[in-house]
Design a protein around this ligand. Structure first.
Ligand code: SF4
Ligand code: SF4
Ligand code: SF4
Ligand code: SF4
Length: 346
């Protein structure tokens, strides 16, 4: 017996698990309902008021916070809904700094998708436009830029920092048309408790939070982060033989779609000209390339000349627990020392 709930959305039968919001049930079935503040990784808050729907026998309601029920009959569009949605959107973006051609998010922007659906554009906004915002760009962080003139106050970054990263270093600040997302004391984000994980950047639906270095990858490859033993799943983007992007594998069992600053922004070393790409050993005072056999024989010979506390082993955070176990075993059982340490993180 199926425990799925069946409802009707825009005349189409839709099935969803109990507890699913009407918005997610519709989106998963290929029925678009405009939204800006909802994100599948986060608790719904219903603050953008764009995902309004009509449910037979009830007043218009936000679909992101309304769970599916057996037999519901839902409409995502009507003259009343469309009007309310349009006014809500106009108020939300009345100060938006429209400059799509020079925006990193151009063609991937949720606001473009919503405005196109609702029928609001820069021209139609002129009748309600107030003086434009002039928030200074926050370029303090070496990995991402914050442009609050493009922010739609969806709160996704705030909830991401709180619910996913557990950092809570950003929140809504000020009031009315001056409302913006800020850190404590409205300082540059680098002076806050932000750990530069970029989780908020990855989820911002518009061009308000963008990576400093961004190039559209020509192709992407799924792999494992090379930095630490956590082994997060990453999708690395490449172009012209260079690594140009990194993002988390959605739903990966290890990192559940999240990355730390190293996995997200730290892969530039791959293309660094100073990176070692061959084994080097010192001969007559000079570092020269060597084959694995030669290098390993040299290491074995050198290890034989140390015993006991003359020797120390320092394991790396890049190692798995199993690798770390083997290193301490080697130090204790073979080299005869307890001089063992570990750089707990990189
Ligand atoms: S955030 Fe979106 S709508 Fe705004 S300028 Fe950038 S691409 Fe255009
Ligand atoms: S910065 Fe982006 S994610 Fe944060 S509130 Fe503004 S639009 Fe939403
Ligand atoms: S980068 Fe990470 S820690 Fe910093 S504000 Fe965004 S989510 Fe919070
Ligand atoms: S360095 Fe960060 S992203 Fe990479 S595996 Fe470790 S925790 Fe995951």
């Amino acid at each position: 017996m199926s425990d799925l709930i069946t409802l009707t959305i825009d005349g189409r039968p839709v099935q969803a698990a109990p507890g699913t919001s009407i918005l997610r049930a519709a989106l998963d079935s290929g029925i678009y309902i405009p939204h800006l503040c909802d994100h599948p990784d986060l608790e719904p808050v219903g603050i953008c008021r764009l995902c309004l729907v009509e449910i037979e026998g009830r007043r218009p309601t936000v679909s992101c916070k309304t769970p599916v029920e057996e037999g519901l009959v839902v409409r995502t569009s009507s003259a009343d809904l469309d009007l309310i949605r349009k006014v809500n959107l106009e108020l939300l973006i009345v100060n938006h700094d429209y400059n799509c051609q020079s925006c990193v998010k151009n063609s991937k922007c949720q606001l473009q998708k919503v405005t196109s659906y609702v029928g609001v554009d820069e021209k139609s906004l002129r009748r309600v436009r107030k003086p434009e915002l002039d928030h200074p760009l926050d370029t303090s962080n070496p990995f991402f830029t914050r442009d609050m003139n493009k922010c739609v106050l969806c709160g996704i970054c705030v909830r991401t920092c709180d619910e996913i990263q557990g950092d809570g270093c950003i929140d809504f600040a000020f009031r009315g048309t001056r409302t913006k997302i800020s850190v404590l004391g409205d300082k540059p984000i680098l002076e806050s408790a932000c750990v530069s994980c970029g989780e908020c950047v990855a989820r911002c639906p518009v061009g308000a939070l963008v990576p400093v270095k961004f190039e559209e990858p020509a192709y992407e490859v799924e792999t494992v982060c090379p930095y630490c033993g956590c082994g997060c799943g990453i999708i690395v983007g490449a172009r012209g033989g260079r690594v140009v992007s990194s993002r988390a594998v959605p739903g990966n069992q290890v990192n559940r779609g999240s990355l730390c600053v190293k996995g997200r922004f730290g892969l530039g070393y791959v293309n660094h000209p100073g990176r070692l790409t061959a084994l080097l050993i010192r001969k007559d005072g000079e570092l020269v390339e060597a084959a694995w056999d030669e290098a390993l024989a040299l290491v074995a010979e050198k290890l034989n000349s140390y015993k006991g506390d003359q020797f120390a082993a320092i394991a790396s955070a890049k190692c798995t627990s199993e690798d770390s176990y083997v290193i301490q075993k080697f130090a204790r059982a073979v080299m005869g020392t307890n001089n063992i340490d570990h750089c707990a993180r990189l």
